[in-house]
Write a protein that binds this ligand. Structure first.
Ligand SMILES: NC(=O)c1ccc[n+]([C@@H]2O[C@H](COP(=O)([O-])OP(=O)(O)OC[C@H]3O[C@@H](n4cnc5c(N)ncnc54)[C@H](OP(=O)(O)O)[C@@H]3O)[C@@H](O)[C@H]2O)c1
Length: 326
């Protein structure tokens, strides 16, 4: 059987897997005006179980070569994954493999979302001429294919890396998009920004780790970037590529917390810096996980805005009565 492959901008349907999750909801909130809403098919975990090949086959039975599947579904509880390894791998590794087999079978295009946790996250990255000297702190953002750095330190990261590889092995035209530190930031949201907004209301001071550097990313900006990716299509340089998409710049969690306090008109000095060692977690957190935007720009995509400007918009965004995203 000859499978026709679409290599131009998508004119078919876009299947959104993980539609009830944070990024899935952002993608729905940001469906471009140019795209017919009926041709966006949100699938929640009630509609599809990506760990089950039969469920995937049934849910994607109508898939054609013109269609796009965006997989935002994942096992995202980083700490729980340390002791729930099998479940994390079922969702994060087997799931994308099932989806990629479905897209490969008809020549559709899979966009699979992954994470900064595939990198080691080591704070050290410099080289020293003298072996007795301390290695220098890492300052260079990660590029997608950086040799020696794609070494996850957690079960979650390892399962996500296994998913990237499984998806690309099953469908070589898959585009993997890694992102990081995603938030929506609404006052009721469970993400970091929402949590800081609530703590600002209830606590005089908060202690926030100041020794992890990363790329805070507003879910709605990421959604806009993904829709732009869909509009370009699986052209050369995008099909089969691994890209990084985060808001620009870098920050520690403490920087983000202080910026939240400033945005809501509170005194940023009420946020006290602390160290990761003071808040041990089951899964180690990366000390450095800033992702480079070069691959995204090189693919012809618009760089996502700076994180501080994005945070400003997130906090200023009106909250709908039903809690839906602006
Ligand atoms: N959040 C971040 O900071 C962050 C950072 C870097 C990368 N990412 C990546 O970005 C993507 C989106 O993350 P997110 O923040 O939107 O996560 P999320 O809010 O936890 O949403 C994940 C969704 O996946 C669904 N899901 C889980 N298992 C499933 C299964 N077997 N079949 C079908 N659906 C299933 C969940 O549905 P139920 O709730 O019904 O189980 C949930 O709606 C993920 O790939 C994640 O690894 C996230």
């Amino acid at each position: 059987m000859v499978v026709m492959q679409n290599t131009s901008a998508s004119t078919g349907s876009v299947y959104l897997i993980g539609a009830a999750g944070q990024l899935g909801r952002a993608l729905i909130a940001r469906i471009p005006d140019t795209r017919e809403p009926a041709r966006v098919r949100p699938l929640t975990s009630a509609d599809i179980d990506i760990t089950d090949a039969t469920s995937v086959a049934v849910a994607l039975a109508g898939l054609t070569a013109d269609d796009v599947v965006i997989n935002t579904a994942a096992y995202t509880d980083v700490d729980a994954a340390e002791t729930d390894r099998a479940a994390a791998y079922r969702v994060n590794a087997d799931g994308p493999a099932h989806l990629a087999r479905a897209t490969a079978a008809v020549g559709a295009w899979l966009i699979h979302i992954s994470t900064d946790y595939v990198f080691s996250g080591s704070a050290l990255g410099g080289t020293s001429e003298r072996p007795d000297e301390e290695p220098e702190p890492r300052t260079t953002p990660y590029e997608p294919d950086e040799s020696g750095a794609v070494v996850p330190a957690t079960v979650y990261g390892a399962s996500k890396l296994a998913g990237e590889r499984a998806a690309l092995a099953a469908d070589g035209r898959t585009t993997v998009v890694r992102t990081a530190w995603v938030y929506t930031g609404g006052p009721d949201s469970r993400d970091f920004v929402g949590t800081m907004r609530r703590l600002e209301q209830t606590r005089e001071t908060v202690s926030v780790v100041d020794d992890q550097l990363g790329s805070p990313t507003y879910a709605l900006d990421l959604a806009d970037g993904l829709w732009e990716l869909v509009s370009i299509g699986p052209v050369r340089g995008i099909a089969g590529a691994t890209l990084h998409a985060t808001n620009g710049g870098r920050a520690t969690w403490c920087d983000v917390a202080r910026a939240v306090f400033i945005e809501v008109g509170a005194d940023a000095d009420r946020v006290h810096p602390c160290t990761t060692a003071e808040f041990p977690r089951p899964a180690p957190r990366p000390a450095f996980s800033v992702l480079s935007g070069a691959s995204w720009a090189d693919a012809g995509l618009t760089p996502l805005p700076e994180w501080s400007a994005a945070l400003h918009r997130a906090i200023a965004a009106p909250v709908a009565a039903d809690g839906s995203l602006p």
